[in-house]
Write a protein that binds this ligand. Structure first.
Ligand code: NAD
Length: 513
């Protein structure tokens, strides 16, 4: 493959992109074909040190630029994403393997969050409080944190950075991005787009430092750069997206230095289907949730709890739908399921299905044979799989996140029990109920309903909009990114009290001297 002819070639023109035969580089391959897309030089901890110093220097003046002016620059970055929407979408698809409409959809998320951040740049509000002391005024204000660290997962190789970066930038921070080594070209491309805007803009001309250094990129290994970054006291916030295993380690290391972490970790998301559910809606919601992105979303639907009166019909309709799902080249029109990211993911899916079989489950479609079908193919293709769990059983494998399209169907007769079962796993990211009963919907949304960060009614578990705060509870890490008031995570709150009187009264009525 000639990299120069790829639609995104201009986006990966960068000094870090090197010949794949070079020493000390990470080679990026297309999971659909196994072909090499390019290679990126692995940076050292000395490179990291240099980046942090530069990011800190430029942030000193960036923080003093009025927030709406920072917003104006972010608006231009959002427009640059718009101009490159298709090329970036193609890169996401070719490096990560999600189908092209989803690749473009991911870039649209970046545009949306940039727009959101622009509006936010005029709305970084604090509260005012009434003071208990006469002639005193109390209010809170929000200051930038400084330089923040962003660690991202392979499956949303551009959007997760944008969710963090666009908000962090309008909040007055600089940042260092450490992407997954599986998708380094996406990171180079997004950084290139941001840097192009920073070079062209005439709003922020610091007396010291380079405006591009606001958006730092480090391509490094977990044990060298990763560990250095999470232990670095100069980064007051580490926003880390990835597996629960990674989050447990990163969260602990950051806590040891009393830093702040924003953790967006794995999910094990369920949909409850009640006896009154509209099964046509169910089919569409479950199909996108369980099969979309080849089951490689943190919000992918992994478990279905079906009322006993509808379980057989749901299962048979889903099996029919699964058998018709077009699997193949993610760049081709009509494909709905592309490949998994790599051989390890395929092996994990195979192991999960085998384990489910050993634990007494029925494999309704897909299965190990569905994986074997693609054994000679250069891409990491699999067949989405449905597993029916025997009544009264709860196999251990279904309680873990297998990052692949495996869906477990459970049967229930009592809604309270279904909600309890849904909540019984370690993760708490996304959840949904399909019902036409207002009472059941409200029961699901009540304080003793879903324990997840996301709870939907008659919508699947995946495909969140940027306007809401995104994230989950328990082992999902508790972080919230993107919309609502998530911006506060990127700022520090300061409570200010002003005395405009001619006495110094103490709070709580204390008399002192
Ligand atoms: P991963 O945990 O293998 O890696 C995620 C990131 O963490 C990578 O950049 C990796 O290099 C980095 N990392 C790992 N160890 C590190 C260390 N010691 N120090 C610093 N950085 C380190 O995850 P993945 O396979 O890339 O992504 C899939 C996982 O991410 C799934 O579990 C999925 O559910 C989760 N995810 C969660 C969300 C969310 O918002 N909740 C979004 C996307 C993906």
């Amino acid at each position: 493959m000639n990299v120069q002819t790829l639609p995104f070639a201009h986006l990966i023109d960068h000094p870090l992109v090197v010949d794949p035969s070079s020493d000390n580089c990470v080679v990026s391959t297309n999971p659909a074909t196994g072909q090499t897309l390019g290679a990126v030089k692995i940076q050292s901890t000395a490179d990291y040190e240099d980046l942090v110093k530069r990011a800190q220097l430029v942030q000193k003046e960036w923080r003093m630029l009025p927030a709406p002016k920072r917003g104006e620059i972010v608006r231009r970055i959002g427009n640059a994403f718009r101009e490159e929407e298709q090329a970036l979408g193609a890169l996401v698809t070719m490096e990560m393997g999600k189908i092209y409409p989803e690749g473009v959809g991911e870039v649209v998320e970046c545009i949306d969050i940039a727009d959101f951040a622009v509006g936010l740049s005029r709305q970084l509000y604090g509260l005012t409080m009434t003071s208990e002391r006469p002639q005193h005024r109390m209010y809170e204000q929000w200051h930038p944190l400084g330089t923040i660290g962003i660690i991202t997962a392979f499956n949303f190789p551009v959007a997760v950075w944008a969710w963090n970066a666009m908000l962090a930038a309008v909040c007055g921070n600089s940042m260092i991005w450490k992407p997954s080594l599986v998708t380094p070209l996406c990171a180079v491309a997004m950084t290139n787009v941001a840097h192009r805007v920073m070079k062209e803009q005439d709003i922020f001309k610091p007396t010291q430092g380079d405006p591009c250094d606001l958006f730092g990129l480090i391509i490094g290994t977990d044990d060298q750069v990763g560990e250095t970054m999470i232990a670095d006291r100069r980064l007051p916030l580490i926003s880390a997206t990835g597996s629960c295993r990674m989050g447990r380690h990163v969260g602990t290391q950051v806590a040891k230095r009393l830093g702040r972490s924003l953790l967006e970790l794995g999910g094990n998301n369920a949909i409850i289907i009640t006896e009154s559910a509209d099964l046509d809606l169910v089919l569409r919601g479950v199909l996108f949730g369980a099969v979309g992105t080849a089951g490689q979303r943190c919000t992918s639907t992994r478990r279905l709890f079906c009322h006993s009166s509808v379980v057989d019909e749901v299962a048979s309709r889903l099996v029919k739908a699964y058998e018709q799902v077009p699997i193949g080249d993610p760049m081709a029109d009509g494909t709905l399921v592309g490949p998994l990211i790599n051989e390890q993911s395929v092996a994990n899916m195979r192991a999960a299905i085998t384990s489910a079989g050993e634990q007494g489950c029925d494999i309704l479609c897909g299965g190990v044979e569905g994986i074997d079908r693609y054994a000679d193919d250069a891409g990491h293709y699999v067949t989405p799989t449905i597993v029916r769990v025997p009544a009264g059983s709860d196999p251990a494998i279904a309680r873990d996140e297998t990052f692949a399209p495996v869906l477990y169907i459970y049967e229930y007769s009592d809604l309270d029990e279904a909600i309890e079962a849904q909540n019984s796993v370690d993760q708490g990211l996304s959840s949904a109920i399909f019902t036409d009963s207002m009472r059941q919907a409200e029961r699901f949304l009540s304080h003793n309903g879903s324990d997840c960060g996301i709870a939907n009614v008659n919508i699947g578990t995946s495909g969140a909009e940027i306007g809401g705060a995104f994230g989950g509870e328990k082992d999902t890490g508790g972080g919230r990114e993107s919309g609502s008031d998530s911006w506060r995570q990127y700022m520090r709150r300061q409570t200010c009290t002003l005395n405009w009187g001619d006495d110094v009264p103490l709070a709580q009525g204390i008399e002192f001297g």
